[in-house]
Write a protein that binds this ligand. Structure first.
Ligand SMILES: CC(C)(COP(=O)(O)OP(=O)(O)OC[C@H]1O[C@@H](n2cnc3c(N)ncnc32)[C@H](O)[C@@H]1OP(=O)(O)O)[C@@H](O)C(=O)NCCC(=O)NCCS
Length: 154
């Protein structure tokens, strides 16, 4: 991985092609631990302002998509870091940026496959806890865990 500084910024329309390539590279439809976004989902999310990207030397190395579900309740829909940049704290910075954006008073949730160790560790380090097991959430055999980071007392 390049030694340049990691910059987290909002995604723009110019990023959509790179983001879709990362999505395809990181999420395969045959792997039950991950669920690929539906076609056009990333582009729609970018236009809605729901996507942050991590760049190094202007190259996008990861992104996170998060959206408001109701007042005071946010959901992390998608996160991916390119393979060559993993385990360098970029996922943590991306989710951390979402938490900073939404503030301490917001409940933030996500779903993770029980076998997705990297993702489970990432979110648990940031204060998320497993609150439910969702069998067959994405179809037969595609179970998910529901994780939440509770609002912090103000
Ligand atoms: C999950 C993912 C986004 C993590 O991104 P990352 O940039 O590698 O994560 P970080 O480097 O910030 O790691 C955060 C923590 O998880 C740990 N971790 C990361 N990958 C790990 C792995 N494969 N095994 C064990 N621990 C791991 C790190 O050591 C770190 O722990 P620490 O804070 O104690 O040092 C990345 O692995 C990825 O894109 N995976 C494919 C897509 C995916 O599964 N997305 C999630 C769907 S819910």
């Amino acid at each position: 991985m390049s030694a340049g500084a990691v910059i987290i910024r909002s995604a723009t329309a110019d990023d959509i092609e790179s983001l879709e390539a990362i999505e395809i590279g990181c999420f395969t439809t045959t792997d039950p631990t991950v669920a690929q976004a539906a076609p056009g989902e990333v582009a729609t999310a970018v236009r809605r302002g729901e996507v942050l990207v991590a760049t190094i030397d202007r190259e996008i190395v990861g992104f996170v998509q998060a959206s408001a579900r109701s007042p005071g309740h946010h959901f992390v829909d998608d996160i991916a870091v390119i393979e060559s940049a993993r385990d360098h704290g970029i996922g943590r910075q991306l989710v951390g940026a979402v938490l900073t954006q939404v503030g301490e008073s917001c409940l933030v949730a996500c779903t993770i496959a029980p076998s997705n160790t990297a993702s489970l560790i990432l979110f648990s380090r940031l204060g998320f806890v497993i609150t439910a097991f969702l069998p067959d959430y994405y179809g037969p055999g595609k179970d998910r865990l529901w994780l939440e980071r509770s609002p912090r007392p103000g």
